[in-house]
Design a binder for this molecule. Structure first.
Ligand code: ADP
Ligand code: ZN
Length: 729
């Protein structure tokens, strides 16, 4: 029910400014609708906002300032506004911060005539400099794309003056932005692949749900290669046929390439894309056409949940168990949970697709809150990979080497057959520890409580907490002795080095997120590998995410025990998922695959569960343990992190909170801490944690708000609340 406010009527406008409420303004000439995107004066500035209903009315109308301008985009739908409010309440995020996620259309407030874009011209620069060459390189690396000035300058690592300097010679062209071109029409009636029997049953189930036009969530559980994507594309087809929009979330930008191709094969055209790898002009086009309803299918990253859909009928969360769906800075939210919330606001369906469900989703299906559909075998003749452990206690390995003789022989056999092997180690960089053999000191980050990790390709040490880098020192930073710095332990770069030594003839590729300057170059590398451009792939968890490498028949896990050590409540679940996902990469096509896991504890229950492949009993046992401990998904949790440049101040705040827990006690919640966070200092700020545990049904958000609201924070202190935390660092 959209309300219209006649000219001069008092209306509330929510802006993205950090204020605790919407402000009252007068409707402009011509009036304004609820949800309209507007520009309003705020102090001396003009800011963007959205009409959020009638005015609160505590200011006399004649004192209100008028709305300056209504932006020429369709108003924000009621369902979307509801979602902003409910997601803000759920994550305890201030409304303006939540709204900001919904206003991420580049240049939304600019007058259309003012926007300029830059492309490659045919002229030669009148004077060649390194900075100018960088601009030309950046443009050449992305043929066909057009860029905003600052975007192009950032990409090339130069000032915008350098770009401007290339205009006169015609080496770079400046153009007025054309009207955003429509997306090509997707045709849901085109025939898809002929589905197998179990695929038909699942697809029919999903189509029926989408037809209902109401909210519902389905867990689509299917082993890797069972055809989950083919099946959920049928649900997308149904949404399109109903005249509604669909959104497919992928956990990793590098996966979009393959997905776009599949959409094109199925519906005859490519969908809209929304993630950090597309240009501002392209994102603007996506946002605008999602708002009008012209863009019918969007594939994107978690932030695409905050696009202004007109009539959303379906959200697919592919690889729903993936931890990257949790946004860990800024607004802390789980895209999986927010997808469910958005769908319930929109009367839309959600499909959570995975081979290894998160315990949360699995439990919701058990409870009957979610429907569940299973695909139990790989499509066609493909069989599941054979899993085995390599008991490292029996292997003869010299120090500083990690590939066991057994694994080495297996790789050798693959090379002879012309097949690919994947060496998996979930650790970026060359070595996790750099140590001085003279004094024994490890090189640490000066502003974090963390070691510096050597990245040999970049020839630098890097802190994985704050991103700070430093040149590799020749002399020990502590004792100043020269030539004694040593790498301890393996990272993927070091594994690649070992593999190259063992197999000098083989083509070795490394897949690790830090080795690619852009999403696009990573995408290109993945495609090259899929075509057979490498014999051995050495990768981090990046490779576990649903890439399809048809020639890959062997997966070697260097350290299957790696994830089992931490005290993280999800350590077992994560290791199980990761090992199953990684091993699932092997033998997708017609060749059977093998996964070999190097371990020092083959009798560990989690390792045994991975080998047996009996997911249901693993999940059931894990569920029993969590239920007994009252932890998620059988209890609620919230993580509180207090940080300050002064450690004592942070602790004082933590202690003050712990002293009075009345609002939490009232809902049966318990508080643990304060304690120093496992990473006790990041970017020079000391970090103190508290953990709140509450019964499953307890209304934890209002209690938390009440609790922290009783404390007045010192100016230097920051407090963040993470509802349903995934990370406990
Ligand atoms: P999942 O998403 O479960 O890993 P995919 O949908 O990617 O599985 O399917 C795995 C492979 O099998 C893909 O190459 C896909 O094109 C193929 N495939 C699955 N189902 C069919 C089908 N019914 N007909 C033809 N090929 C199929
Ligand atoms: Zn650091």
């Amino acid at each position: 029910m959209t309300r219209f406010h006649p000219p001069g009527a008092p209306v509330a406008v929510l802006t993205t400014q950090p204020l605790d409420r919407a402000l009252d303004y007068r409707a402009p000439e011509g009036g304004v609708e609820d949800g309209a995107f507007v520009e309003v004066p705020l102090g001396p500035r003009k800011v963007l906002g959205v009409v959020w209903g009638a005015a609160a009315g505590d200011w006399p109308v004649e004192k209100l300032r008028p709305i300056l301008r209504v932006l020429p985009v369709p108003p924000m739908a009621q369902a979307f506004r509801d979602f902003i409010e409910r997601s803000a309440a759920y994550t305890l995020t201030p409304l303006p911060a939540m709204l900001r996620l919904g206003l991420r259309a580049p240049g939304l407030g600019e007058a259309p005539g003012k926007r300029r874009v830059y492309t490659l011209g045919t002229g030669e620069p009148d004077r060649a400099t390194a900075a100018r060459a960088a601009v030309i390189d950046a443009l050449q690396s992305r043929p066909g794309d057009v860029f905003a000035l600052s975007e192009l300058a950032d990409m090339a690592g130069v000032s915008s003056g350098v770009v401007k300097g290339l205009l006169k010679s015609g080496a770079v062209l400046e153009q007025a932005t054309p009207r955003d071109a429509d997306y090509p029409t997707l045709d849901p009636q085109r025939p898809g692949k002929t589905l197998a029997e179990d695929q038909i049953a699942a697809a029919e189930g999903l189509r029926t749900s989408v037809k209902s036009g109401t909210y519902g969530t389905t867990l689509l559980k299917g082993v890797t290669g069972s055809g989950k994507t083919e099946v959920y594309l049928e649900a997308v087809a149904e949404a399109l046929a109903q005249g509604r929009q669909a959104l497919v979330l992928l956990p990793e930008i590098a996966l979009t390439g393959e997905f776009l191709t599949r959409v094109e094969a199925r519906f005859g055209a490519r969908p809209a894309e929304w993630h950090s790898g597309v240009t501002q002009a392209e994102r603007r086009r996506c946002w605008t056409h999602v708002a009008t309803g012209q863009a019918r299918l969007v594939v994107g990253a978690r932030s695409s949940l905050f696009l202004p859909f007109r009539s959303l009928g379906l959200i697919v969360v592919d690889e729903e168990h993936d931890t990257s769906y949790k946004q860990e800075d800024g607004v802390l939210y789980s895209a999986r949970d927010m997808a469910v919330l958005r769908a319930s606001c929109e009367g839309a369906q959600v499909i959570l697709a995975t081979a290894t469900p998160s315990l949360e989703s699995w439990a919701n299906a058990e409870l009957g809150k979610y429907a569940r559909l299973d695909l139990t075998s790989r499509f066609g003749d493909a069989v599941m990979p054979k899993l085995a452990t390599i008991d490292m206690r029996d292997e003869q390995l010299p120090g500083g080497r990690w590939v066991s003789p057994t694994l080495q022989r297996a790789i050798e056999a693959r090379i002879i057959e012309g097949e690919q092997s994947l060496i998996f180690l979930n650790r970026r960089g060359y070595a996790p520890v750099t140590l001085c053999r003279a004094c024994g000191q490890q090189v640490a980050c000066h502003q974090c409580d963390a070691r510096m990790v050597e990245h040999r390709f970049q020839k630098r040490l890097m802190c994985h907490q704050c991103g700070e880098t430093a040149p590799m020192p020749d002399a020990c930073p502590s004792c100043k002795v020269e030539g004694k710095m040593a790498a301890v332990g393996p990272g993927v770069e070091r594994m690649a080095e070992e593999v190259t030594t063992l197999f000098p003839e083989a083509r070795v590729a490394i897949l690790s997120s830090d080795l690619f300057g852009s999403a696009r170059s990573l995408k290109a590398k993945v495609e090259e590998i899929a075509r057979g451009g490498a014999d051995i792939i050495v990768g981090t968890q990046l490779v576990a995410k649903g890439h399809n490498f048809p020639k890959l028949t062997l997966v070697g896990v260097i350290d299957a025990d790696l994830g089992l050590q931490g005290s993280d409540l999800r350590a077992a679940e994560r290791t199980f998922q990761l090992m199953r996902q990684v091993s699932g990469r092997a033998g997708r096509a017609d060749k059977p695959g093998v996964a070999l896991m190097q371990t020092y504890q083959p009798e560990h229950p989690v390792i045994r569960a991975i080998l047996s492949g009996d997911e249901e009993s693993f999940l059931r046992e894990e569920a029993d343990q969590r239920r007994a401990a009252g932890v998620p998904p059988y209890g609620r949790m919230a993580g509180i992190v207090i940080s300050d440049t002064d450690g004592a101040t942070a602790f004082d705040v933590g202690n003050a909170l712990a002293r009075d827990i009345t609002p939490l006690a009232a809902i049966g919640a318990e508080v643990y801490g304060p304690a120093p966070a496992p990473i006790a200092r990041i970017r020079g700020r000391h970090r103190v944690r508290l953990l709140v545990k509450a019964p499953r049904q307890a209304p934890i958000q209002p209690a938390l708000a009440d609790w922290v609201g009783r404390i007045i924070l010192p100016r230097s202190t920051r407090l963040s609340i993470d509802i349903d935390p995934q990370s406990f660092l």
